[in-house]
Design a protein around this ligand. Structure first.
Ligand code: ATP
Length: 870
């Protein structure tokens, strides 16, 4: 049965299943806040793996066994007492494993293309490489991985050179070990699993049309190119594409240009800079006086075996006759989008070595620069067939995306435009280019609000921000001149940093105004809280590679991190105000909760004593200043001057007296502090999964990460029974899917005994509360901190981008029981009891009010009354 085709939606949906089927699957995005709060507390934080079809199948099997099978029943009874309470009707521990289960580490859902992999299987590593190439990793915790086959993932697979027959393989023979014959299996996974027919059809259908059409830039004009004339004819029947076509000689309206292109170079001829092979090749070239990286005809450098496993002989060489038609520059975006919808997504490849029109850029990595294996693998996806493919590379925070970008630029060796999100990042990119490559100051220019430089000579590198390039209003004279410089030329390569944050409209403007042969998007978190992620597919290209965070941590490239959510009970006074307050000030109340203050103080002390360097993050500037001043620590936010910032950061890096700093969201990205080993988050931006991951990224690069037994620490302080708990659960989801486990800490041992514990007395707490209540409501804002300079993207990101629905009604908080250490059996774990009425009662309760608030209450009540009247 063929899967239903849904143009452009990218998901495999043979049958939309009823939501109630997903009894075992909790999707936090779709839960109500009340549900989420309860759920977040009841279940240990686990990856949300979709086992629904498997569950159904097994449930049928269980019914088939029925009570007749005494052994099973007995076994079940025994299990009932142990695990059934947890797994309820999804307890399948009573089922017998097949004798050859070890060779069946994979399960494919025939209905929605989900693939479940036992990550502990000996063949898992090989299978993972293959699965990453053909499907989207959904969740990759330690033992069970979940992937999903989608249109986009297959598009990506085709774009890195995989054909239908590289993905599925028809096998006739029966395994000697096992009597089960299997007809069609995944080629990259040595297992006894037969691929279901629905999935085979889906793969065949999608891979048939993909890769047939290419978008090519030649002499500053864009062409839609294909060696299948019937495909171009099909596309030209579409109105949008037909209207975008440029007909230079209107004599024969539908005739296509046919020209001969050079054959695609075989992969053995290309060497990625920075690899060992590159070094060897350089030496050989020096000996034979051949230029580096051109390779001789017999050069046999087999760099590109890894995941794809495409051999040199298998690389498809272009047909002699390639047909093409020109399209209007301004309509590129529409054409790409339309082709996607018609299931003919366009591949963008750049045959840079045969480009004689654009000047070469004499740039190479410094001899001392050696790229890491995963960086090489990701680049091999880009340069796998000797050309530069456009697409996105996803690597964890701190895993070295900058060097991947620089290496790509050094491999293409043509003019390159780098776009980043802020002027701070611009300077960092320039510095990194100088650090890793032999680029000279004259070859690299910067285009920001303060600096508008051009490179000397015919080719070079320009580093700028998205908004400098996309902004069309109020340009200064120099900016206009600079834009002319950027738009009048052809770029070999455009590097797009942090692609996931750029608003789609801005991206569109960049992609349509700048003419570039190839594009590489870099990101750590290919998640967006809006639905724009799919746009990146046609605007940049498919995802070429996504690294596994846990793998990189295990190999010491990024630090191992212990994550914990610390539940801080609200003091009665704060909680009462929280329940009464309807405005944004609620947020201020849960950030300034005295118990959170104390927990923060305790954790800072504990980790400073261990020799850690700590960053405390707070999106809320009011809270940031209040905490930092009270705890006597330096702080940086949007309003901190550049000189002061640098001074504080340097002290943090080099002085043993400054071991803790407070940062607002200006520190979420672009701050490279390898000394930091502990993070404490006291306030964050709603449910932003991306922000959570980026903050974690600040400690993933910890210098000490390779020390024996080293762990970095990430704490999220959450005020109990407040909205914050819901957001916290949502924020963690991305990291959980990468394999991080969040422990819940309900009690910090020894907190009460801390000398100089802040806000210990009720009076002190009430004083703090009064300062919060007297604060302006705007102090609760999270979005106003970054004072973006001209050209910085930060100011363009709105709260909507973070999934924080400010207009949404805030649900009543849940009442939780106290610490239930004894009950749960696990120390410091807790569960929540849902009891809305208790909260309502609390809110209604005419509790004796402190005189400080009595007047305020009357004022608020009067204001509400006036508002109702008007
Ligand atoms: N091959 C390499 N050899 C040595 N050091 C490397 C290599 N690759 C990256 N690094 C170092 O790792 C650190 C992190 O690199 P980088 O800043 O590029 O990470 P990132 O992936 O861009 O992180 P983020 O997403 O947080 O910005 C840097 O200090 C960089 O110098």
């Amino acid at each position: 049965m063929a899967g239903k085709r849904t143009a452009g939606d990218g998901t495999f949906t043979p049958k939309k299943r009823a939501r109630q089927d997903h009894v075992d699957y909790i999707d936090v995005d779709e839960m109500s806040e009340d549900e989420a709060m309860v759920q977040s507390s009841l279940v240990p934080r686990a990856a949300t793996i979709n086992f629904s079809a498997l569950t159904r199948k097994l449930a049928q099997e269980r019914r088939a066994h029925g009570a007749a099978d005494d052994t099973v029943s007995a076994h079940r009874r025994q299990q009932d007492s142990l695990v059934s309470n947890i797994f309820m009707d999804q307890d399948f521990s009573w089922l017998h494993l097949k004798p050859d289960h070890a060779s069946r580490p994979l399960w494919i859902d025939p209905e929605d293309g989900h693939i479940i992999l036992e990550a502990f299987s000996p063949i898992a590593e090989q299978a993972q490489d293959f699965l990453v190439a053909i499907s989207e990793p959904v969740s990759r915790p330690s033992f069970i991985h979940e992937y999903k086959l989608t249109s986009y993932s297959l598009y990506a697979a085709v774009s890195v050179g995989l054909q239908t027959e590289d993905i599925i393989e028809v096998r006739q023979e029966t395994s000697g070990l096992n009597r089960d014959a299997y007809g069609v299996r995944f080629k990259g996974v040595e297992s006894l699993i037969e691929v279901p027919e629905t999935i085979i059809n889906f793969i065949r259908e999608r891979t048939l049309s993909y890769g047939k059409v290419k978008l090519v830039l030649k002499h500053n004009k864009y062409f839609v190119e294909s060696s299948h004339p019937e495909t171009l004819q099909f596309l030209l029947k579409d109105k949008i594409i037909r209207d975008a076509r440029v007909v230079s000689q209107p004599t024969e309206s539908n005739k296509m240009t046919t020209f001969t292109t050079a054959k695609a170079p075989v992969k053995g001829n290309l060497v990625i800079a920075g690899t060992k092979e590159a070094e060897k090749k350089k030496d050989d070239a020096a000996k034979t006086k051949e230029p580096f990286a051109t390779g001789g005809p017999n050069a046999d450098v087999d760099l590109f075996t890894s995941v794809v496993g495409v051999d040199a002989d298998e690389i498809d060489e272009d047909d002699e006759n390639v047909h093409a038609f020109e399209i209007d520059d301004a309509k590129i975006d529409d054409v790409k989008k339309r082709c996607n919808e018609l299931e003919y997504p366009m591949l963008e490849e750049y045959d840079f070595r045969n480009d004689t029109v654009n000047a070469n850029l004499d740039i190479d990595l410094k001899p001392a620069t050696v790229i890491r294996s995963y960086q090489e693998t990701s680049l091999s996806k880009m340069f796998g067939n000797g050309r530069a493919r456009s697409g996105i590379i996803v690597l964890p925070c701190g895993a070295g995306k900058t060097l991947v970008g620089i290496t790509a630029a050094c491999t293409i060796k043509k003019s390159c435009l780098v776009l980043c999100t802020s002027s701070v990042s611009v300077m960092q990119w320039k510095q990194q280019f100088m650090q890793w490559s032999n680029v000279t100051d004259r070859q690299i220019a910067v285009f920001t609000a303060d600096q508008k430089e051009k490179f000397a000579g015919d080719s070079g590198i320009v580093v700028s921000t998205y908004s400098m390039v996309a902004n069309t209003h109020n340009r200064s004279y120099e900016s206009k001149k600079m834009m002319e410089f950027l738009t009048s030329r052809e770029w070999g390569f455009i590097l797009l940093d942090e692609v996931h944050v750029v608003p789609a409209a801005m991206f569109r403007r960049v992609v349509t105004t700048i003419k570039a042969h190839s594009k590489l998007g870099l990101t750590a978190t290919l998640v967006r809280e809006d639905d724009k992620i799919a746009d990146l597919n046609y605007m940049i290209g498919p995802k070429l590679y996504e690294a596994n965070w846990m793998d990189l941590a295990a190999k010491g490239h990024i630090a191992n991190v212990q994550c914990a959510e610390v539940w801080c009970p609200m003091t009665p006074e704060f909680y009462r105000e929280y329940l009464r307050e309807q405005s944004r000030k609620r947020m201020l109340l849960y950030c300034m909760n005295p118990k959170k203050f104390q927990s923060c103080q305790f954790l800072i002390k504990y980790h400073e004593d261990r020799g850690d360097k700590i960053i405390v993050f707070s999106d809320n500037v009011f809270a940031l200043e209040a905490y930092a001043k009270k705890l006597r620590k330096p702080y940086i936010h949007g309003g901190t001057g550049q000189v002061e910032r640098m001074r504080i950061l340097q002290f943090f890096q080099h002085s043993p007296d400054v071991n803790t700093i407070f940062l607002s969201k200006v520190g979420d990205t672009s701050i490279d502090l390898p000394e930091a080993t502990c993070l404490i988050q006291i306030s964050s931006h709603f449910g932003s999964r991306r922000q959570e991951a980026q903050r974690l990224g600040r400690i993933l690069r910890a210098k000490r990460r390779n020390d024996e037994g080293f762990n970095a620490f990430f704490y999220s302080l959450v005020s109990k029974d407040t909205q914050e708990m819901f957001y916290s659960t949502k924020r963690q989801q991305f990291l959980i899917d990468q394999g991080y486990a969040f422990k819940v800490i309900t009690h910090l041992d020894g907190l009460e005994k801390l000398p100089d514990l802040v806000y210990k007395t009720r009076d002190e707490q009430i004083e703090l509360l009064s300062s919060v209540l007297l604060a302006n409501e705007s102090e609760a804002d999270l979005g106003t901190d970054i004072r973006a300079g001209e050209g910085d993207l930060a100011g363009t990101v709105t709260s909507k981008d973070f999934g924080g629905p400010p207009g949404r009604r805030v649900p009543a908080a849940q009442r939780t029981t106290g610490s239930l250490t004894a009950l749960s059996g696990a120390q410091h774990m807790s569960y929540v009891e849902q009891n809305k009425s208790a909260n309502k009662k609390l809110a209604r309760e005419a509790a004796p009010r402190h005189k400080l608030f009595a007047k305020r209450d009357r004022d608020v009540a009067a204001a509400k009354k006036d508002a109702r009247k008007s």
